[in-house]
Design a protein around this ligand. Structure first.
Ligand code: CUA
Length: 326
Protein backbone atom coordinates (compact mmCIF):
# COMPACT_ATOMS: atom_id res chain seq x y z
CA UNK A 1 0.00 0.00 0.00
CA UNK A 2 2.83 2.38 0.89
CA UNK A 3 4.40 1.76 -2.51
CA UNK A 4 1.11 2.54 -4.29
CA UNK A 5 0.68 5.79 -2.34
CA UNK A 6 4.27 6.80 -3.03
CA UNK A 7 3.96 6.17 -6.78
CA UNK A 8 0.69 8.15 -6.82
CA UNK A 9 2.44 11.10 -5.16
CA UNK A 10 5.30 10.88 -7.65
CA UNK A 11 2.83 10.78 -10.56
CA UNK A 12 1.03 13.95 -9.43
CA UNK A 13 3.39 16.44 -11.14
CA UNK A 14 2.85 14.60 -14.44
CA UNK A 15 -0.90 15.08 -14.20
CA UNK A 16 -0.59 18.86 -13.87
CA UNK A 17 -0.28 20.53 -17.24
CA UNK A 18 2.13 23.42 -16.81
CA UNK A 19 2.41 24.55 -20.40
CA UNK A 20 0.12 25.54 -23.23
CA UNK A 21 -1.60 28.45 -24.92
CA UNK A 22 -4.15 28.70 -22.11
CA UNK A 23 -2.23 27.86 -18.94
CA UNK A 24 -1.85 30.27 -16.02
CA UNK A 25 1.28 28.32 -15.10
CA UNK A 26 2.99 29.17 -18.40
CA UNK A 27 2.85 32.98 -18.18
CA UNK A 28 3.64 35.38 -21.02
CA UNK A 29 2.90 38.60 -19.12
CA UNK A 30 3.77 40.26 -15.82
CA UNK A 31 0.40 39.79 -14.09
CA UNK A 32 0.22 36.12 -15.03
CA UNK A 33 3.84 35.62 -13.91
CA UNK A 34 2.87 37.06 -10.49
CA UNK A 35 -0.11 34.72 -10.24
CA UNK A 36 2.02 31.69 -11.19
CA UNK A 37 4.72 32.61 -8.64
CA UNK A 38 2.09 33.06 -5.94
CA UNK A 39 0.58 29.70 -6.84
CA UNK A 40 3.90 27.89 -6.43
CA UNK A 41 4.66 29.74 -3.15
CA UNK A 42 1.23 28.73 -1.81
CA UNK A 43 1.81 25.16 -3.02
CA UNK A 44 5.15 24.93 -1.19
CA UNK A 45 3.66 26.46 1.98
CA UNK A 46 0.74 24.04 1.76
CA UNK A 47 3.06 21.06 1.32
CA UNK A 48 5.11 22.07 4.39
CA UNK A 49 1.94 22.29 6.51
CA UNK A 50 0.64 19.01 5.10
CA UNK A 51 3.90 17.18 5.84
CA UNK A 52 3.91 18.62 9.38
CA UNK A 53 0.32 17.57 10.05
CA UNK A 54 0.90 14.05 8.70
CA UNK A 55 4.10 13.69 10.77
CA UNK A 56 2.24 14.71 13.95
CA UNK A 57 -0.56 12.32 13.05
CA UNK A 58 1.85 9.37 12.73
CA UNK A 59 3.61 10.38 15.95
CA UNK A 60 0.28 10.49 17.80
CA UNK A 61 -0.86 7.15 16.38
CA UNK A 62 2.33 5.29 17.27
CA UNK A 63 2.73 6.56 20.79
CA UNK A 64 -0.78 5.83 21.90
CA UNK A 65 -1.27 6.33 25.67
CA UNK A 66 2.39 7.26 26.10
CA UNK A 67 2.11 11.06 26.15
CA UNK A 68 2.80 13.14 29.15
CA UNK A 69 0.41 16.05 29.74
CA UNK A 70 3.24 18.50 29.17
CA UNK A 71 4.33 16.80 25.94
CA UNK A 72 0.81 16.94 24.53
CA UNK A 73 0.53 20.62 25.45
CA UNK A 74 3.81 21.45 23.72
CA UNK A 75 2.71 19.56 20.63
CA UNK A 76 -0.56 21.48 20.43
CA UNK A 77 1.16 24.82 21.04
CA UNK A 78 3.97 24.38 18.50
CA UNK A 79 2.33 22.14 15.93
CA UNK A 80 -1.19 23.52 16.15
CA UNK A 81 -0.59 27.23 16.70
CA UNK A 82 2.98 28.46 16.23
CA UNK A 83 3.92 26.60 13.05
CA UNK A 84 0.68 27.36 11.12
CA UNK A 85 0.84 31.01 12.26
CA UNK A 86 4.40 31.41 10.99
CA UNK A 87 3.77 29.71 7.64
CA UNK A 88 0.34 31.25 6.98
CA UNK A 89 1.58 34.66 8.15
CA UNK A 90 4.53 34.45 5.77
CA UNK A 91 2.29 33.44 2.86
CA UNK A 92 -0.17 36.23 3.64
CA UNK A 93 2.59 38.86 3.78
CA UNK A 94 4.05 37.57 0.54
CA UNK A 95 0.65 37.69 -1.19
CA UNK A 96 -0.02 41.24 0.07
CA UNK A 97 3.39 42.33 -1.17
CA UNK A 98 2.80 40.71 -4.58
CA UNK A 99 -0.74 42.00 -5.07
CA UNK A 100 0.04 45.45 -6.53
CA UNK A 101 2.10 43.71 -9.24
CA UNK A 102 -0.69 41.33 -10.10
CA UNK A 103 -3.46 43.94 -10.19
CA UNK A 104 -2.09 47.19 -11.64
CA UNK A 105 -5.46 47.94 -13.23
CA UNK A 106 -6.54 49.50 -9.94
CA UNK A 107 -4.24 52.36 -10.84
CA UNK A 108 -6.67 53.94 -13.30
CA UNK A 109 -8.54 53.77 -16.57
CA UNK A 110 -5.55 53.11 -18.81
CA UNK A 111 -5.13 56.75 -19.90
CA UNK A 112 -2.34 57.31 -22.40
CA UNK A 113 -2.17 53.64 -23.36
CA UNK A 114 -3.13 51.96 -26.63
CA UNK A 115 -6.87 51.29 -26.36
CA UNK A 116 -8.74 48.20 -27.53
CA UNK A 117 -12.47 48.04 -26.94
CA UNK A 118 -13.82 44.51 -26.42
CA UNK A 119 -17.47 43.59 -25.95
CA UNK A 120 -18.51 40.09 -24.97
CA UNK A 121 -21.68 39.09 -26.82
CA UNK A 122 -23.59 35.79 -26.84
CA UNK A 123 -21.33 33.98 -27.91
CA UNK A 124 -18.47 35.91 -29.53
CA UNK A 125 -16.15 38.87 -29.01
CA UNK A 126 -16.46 42.22 -30.79
CA UNK A 127 -13.02 43.84 -30.92
CA UNK A 128 -12.54 47.48 -31.86
CA UNK A 129 -9.16 49.13 -32.22
CA UNK A 130 -9.33 52.76 -31.13
CA UNK A 131 -7.33 55.71 -32.43
CA UNK A 132 -5.70 58.00 -29.83
CA UNK A 133 -8.68 60.40 -30.13
CA UNK A 134 -11.04 57.60 -29.08
CA UNK A 135 -12.62 57.00 -32.49
CA UNK A 136 -12.85 53.46 -33.88
CA UNK A 137 -10.06 52.74 -36.36
CA UNK A 138 -11.51 49.38 -37.39
CA UNK A 139 -13.47 46.49 -36.00
CA UNK A 140 -12.80 42.77 -35.98
CA UNK A 141 -13.92 39.76 -33.97
CA UNK A 142 -12.64 36.85 -31.90
CA UNK A 143 -8.99 37.74 -32.22
CA UNK A 144 -6.85 40.32 -30.50
CA UNK A 145 -3.45 41.41 -31.64
CA UNK A 146 -1.12 43.40 -29.45
CA UNK A 147 2.50 44.51 -29.67
CA UNK A 148 5.03 42.81 -27.40
CA UNK A 149 6.35 44.79 -24.42
CA UNK A 150 3.66 47.45 -24.54
CA UNK A 151 0.85 47.86 -22.01
CA UNK A 152 -2.58 47.86 -23.65
CA UNK A 153 -5.83 49.06 -22.06
CA UNK A 154 -8.84 46.87 -22.76
CA UNK A 155 -12.17 48.69 -22.45
CA UNK A 156 -14.61 45.95 -21.50
CA UNK A 157 -18.39 45.89 -21.66
CA UNK A 158 -21.33 43.78 -22.84
CA UNK A 159 -24.65 44.51 -24.56
CA UNK A 160 -26.49 41.42 -23.29
CA UNK A 161 -25.45 39.43 -20.19
CA UNK A 162 -22.38 39.31 -17.99
CA UNK A 163 -19.31 37.76 -19.62
CA UNK A 164 -15.77 37.67 -18.30
CA UNK A 165 -12.65 38.48 -20.28
CA UNK A 166 -9.73 36.21 -19.48
CA UNK A 167 -6.38 35.63 -21.19
CA UNK A 168 -4.82 33.13 -18.73
CA UNK A 169 -1.23 33.51 -19.96
CA UNK A 170 -1.34 37.32 -19.64
CA UNK A 171 -3.36 37.83 -16.48
CA UNK A 172 -6.81 39.07 -15.67
CA UNK A 173 -9.65 38.24 -15.54
CA UNK A 174 -12.32 40.93 -15.60
CA UNK A 175 -16.11 40.89 -15.88
CA UNK A 176 -17.88 42.52 -18.81
CA UNK A 177 -21.08 44.00 -17.41
CA UNK A 178 -23.97 45.51 -19.40
CA UNK A 179 -24.13 49.27 -18.85
CA UNK A 180 -20.68 49.43 -17.27
CA UNK A 181 -17.21 49.96 -18.63
CA UNK A 182 -14.37 48.08 -16.94
CA UNK A 183 -10.76 48.65 -17.84
CA UNK A 184 -8.11 45.94 -17.71
CA UNK A 185 -4.55 46.71 -18.70
CA UNK A 186 -2.30 43.87 -19.82
CA UNK A 187 1.15 43.54 -21.28
CA UNK A 188 2.51 40.62 -23.28
CA UNK A 189 6.24 40.13 -22.84
CA UNK A 190 6.67 37.01 -24.97
CA UNK A 191 5.59 36.97 -28.64
CA UNK A 192 3.29 34.10 -29.45
CA UNK A 193 -0.19 32.88 -30.13
CA UNK A 194 -2.37 32.40 -27.07
CA UNK A 195 -5.97 31.70 -26.20
CA UNK A 196 -8.55 33.70 -24.29
CA UNK A 197 -11.83 32.47 -22.88
CA UNK A 198 -15.09 33.66 -21.38
CA UNK A 199 -14.91 33.02 -17.64
CA UNK A 200 -18.49 33.78 -16.61
CA UNK A 201 -21.37 31.45 -17.43
CA UNK A 202 -23.40 33.37 -20.02
CA UNK A 203 -25.64 30.80 -21.69
CA UNK A 204 -25.68 27.51 -23.56
CA UNK A 205 -22.57 28.19 -25.62
CA UNK A 206 -20.51 29.79 -22.85
CA UNK A 207 -17.87 27.09 -23.25
CA UNK A 208 -17.67 27.83 -27.00
CA UNK A 209 -16.73 31.47 -26.53
CA UNK A 210 -13.01 31.64 -27.14
CA UNK A 211 -10.64 34.01 -28.88
CA UNK A 212 -7.05 34.10 -30.00
CA UNK A 213 -4.43 36.55 -28.82
CA UNK A 214 -1.42 37.28 -30.99
CA UNK A 215 1.42 39.02 -29.19
CA UNK A 216 3.51 40.36 -32.06
CA UNK A 217 6.85 42.05 -32.61
CA UNK A 218 6.33 45.80 -33.04
CA UNK A 219 7.16 46.08 -36.79
CA UNK A 220 4.90 43.12 -37.67
CA UNK A 221 2.15 44.64 -35.53
CA UNK A 222 2.42 48.04 -37.23
CA UNK A 223 2.37 46.36 -40.65
CA UNK A 224 -0.76 44.46 -39.63
CA UNK A 225 -2.46 47.66 -38.38
CA UNK A 226 -1.72 49.39 -41.67
CA UNK A 227 -3.01 46.43 -43.69
CA UNK A 228 -6.21 46.31 -41.62
CA UNK A 229 -6.84 50.03 -42.07
CA UNK A 230 -6.77 49.59 -45.83
CA UNK A 231 -8.46 46.14 -46.00
CA UNK A 232 -11.22 45.93 -48.55
CA UNK A 233 -13.80 43.30 -49.34
CA UNK A 234 -12.74 42.75 -52.93
CA UNK A 235 -11.97 39.32 -54.24
CA UNK A 236 -14.50 36.86 -55.55
CA UNK A 237 -17.26 39.09 -57.02
CA UNK A 238 -19.73 36.23 -57.41
CA UNK A 239 -19.25 35.14 -53.79
CA UNK A 240 -19.80 38.73 -52.64
CA UNK A 241 -22.96 38.98 -54.78
CA UNK A 242 -24.35 35.82 -53.12
CA UNK A 243 -23.38 37.14 -49.67
CA UNK A 244 -25.36 40.33 -50.33
CA UNK A 245 -28.27 38.59 -52.08
CA UNK A 246 -28.93 36.21 -49.20
CA UNK A 247 -29.03 38.99 -46.65
CA UNK A 248 -25.77 38.24 -44.81
CA UNK A 249 -25.09 41.98 -44.88
CA UNK A 250 -28.06 42.63 -42.61
CA UNK A 251 -25.89 41.45 -39.72
CA UNK A 252 -22.30 41.51 -41.00
CA UNK A 253 -20.04 44.26 -42.29
CA UNK A 254 -17.14 43.89 -44.72
CA UNK A 255 -15.30 47.14 -45.32
CA UNK A 256 -15.08 48.22 -48.93
CA UNK A 257 -18.45 46.59 -49.75
CA UNK A 258 -22.11 47.41 -49.26
CA UNK A 259 -22.22 45.04 -46.26
CA UNK A 260 -22.61 47.25 -43.18
CA UNK A 261 -24.55 45.15 -40.67
CA UNK A 262 -23.66 45.67 -37.04
CA UNK A 263 -25.47 42.81 -35.27
CA UNK A 264 -22.92 40.07 -35.93
CA UNK A 265 -19.14 39.95 -36.23
CA UNK A 266 -17.43 42.26 -38.73
CA UNK A 267 -16.02 39.94 -41.41
CA UNK A 268 -13.37 42.22 -42.94
CA UNK A 269 -10.19 40.20 -43.60
CA UNK A 270 -12.02 37.12 -42.34
CA UNK A 271 -9.69 34.73 -44.19
CA UNK A 272 -6.84 35.70 -41.86
CA UNK A 273 -8.61 34.56 -38.71
CA UNK A 274 -7.68 31.35 -37.00
CA UNK A 275 -11.18 30.10 -36.37
CA UNK A 276 -14.85 30.16 -37.24
CA UNK A 277 -17.47 30.69 -34.53
CA UNK A 278 -15.21 32.19 -31.84
CA UNK A 279 -12.71 29.35 -31.58
CA UNK A 280 -15.24 26.59 -32.26
CA UNK A 281 -14.09 25.36 -35.71
CA UNK A 282 -10.93 25.82 -37.73
CA UNK A 283 -11.02 28.32 -40.59
CA UNK A 284 -11.13 26.29 -43.77
CA UNK A 285 -13.64 26.70 -46.58
CA UNK A 286 -15.29 23.46 -45.42
CA UNK A 287 -15.57 24.76 -41.82
CA UNK A 288 -17.14 28.04 -42.98
CA UNK A 289 -19.66 26.21 -45.19
CA UNK A 290 -20.52 23.87 -42.32
CA UNK A 291 -21.14 26.82 -40.03
CA UNK A 292 -23.33 28.58 -42.63
CA UNK A 293 -25.50 25.48 -43.04
CA UNK A 294 -26.07 24.82 -39.36
CA UNK A 295 -24.69 27.43 -36.93
CA UNK A 296 -26.95 26.37 -34.06
CA UNK A 297 -25.92 22.73 -34.47
CA UNK A 298 -22.30 23.73 -33.95
CA UNK A 299 -22.99 26.47 -31.43
CA UNK A 300 -26.28 26.09 -29.54
CA UNK A 301 -28.06 29.37 -28.84
CA UNK A 302 -26.21 31.34 -31.52
CA UNK A 303 -28.25 34.20 -33.01
CA UNK A 304 -27.25 33.47 -36.60
CA UNK A 305 -30.02 31.70 -38.58
CA UNK A 306 -29.15 28.59 -40.60
CA UNK A 307 -28.72 28.68 -44.39
CA UNK A 308 -29.53 25.03 -44.98
CA UNK A 309 -32.05 25.97 -47.68
CA UNK A 310 -29.41 27.37 -50.03
CA UNK A 311 -28.03 25.13 -52.78
CA UNK A 312 -24.77 23.60 -51.62
CA UNK A 313 -22.86 25.27 -54.44
CA UNK A 314 -23.95 28.69 -53.19
CA UNK A 315 -22.96 28.14 -49.53
CA UNK A 316 -19.62 26.80 -50.77
CA UNK A 317 -19.14 29.88 -52.94
CA UNK A 318 -19.87 32.23 -50.01
CA UNK A 319 -17.47 30.21 -47.86
CA UNK A 320 -14.79 30.51 -50.55
CA UNK A 321 -15.35 34.26 -50.76
CA UNK A 322 -15.03 34.66 -46.96
CA UNK A 323 -11.91 32.50 -46.81
CA UNK A 324 -10.38 34.68 -49.55
CA UNK A 325 -10.88 37.94 -47.63
CA UNK A 326 -7.58 39.56 -46.66
CU1 CUA B 1 -19.61 34.71 -22.41
CU2 CUA B 1 -19.47 32.94 -20.89
Amino acid sequence: AAKAILSLILLCPLMVSCSGVQSVLDPAGREAAGVATLFFAMLIGGVVIWVGVVAVLFYAARKKNAHSEAGAGRLILWGGAVMPCIILGALLSYAMWLMPNVRPFFSGGGEGLRQIDVTGEQYWWRVRYLDPDGSVAFETANEIRMPVGERVAFQLTSPDVIHSFWIPVLGGKMDMIPGRRNVLTLEGDKPGSYRGVCAEFCGTSHALMGFTVEVMEKPAYDAWLASRRSASGGGDAEGLALFLKHGCSACHAISGTEARGVIGPDLTAFGERGSVGAGTLGNTTADIARFLRDPAGIKPGVRMPHYNMLPEAETDRIAQYLKGLR
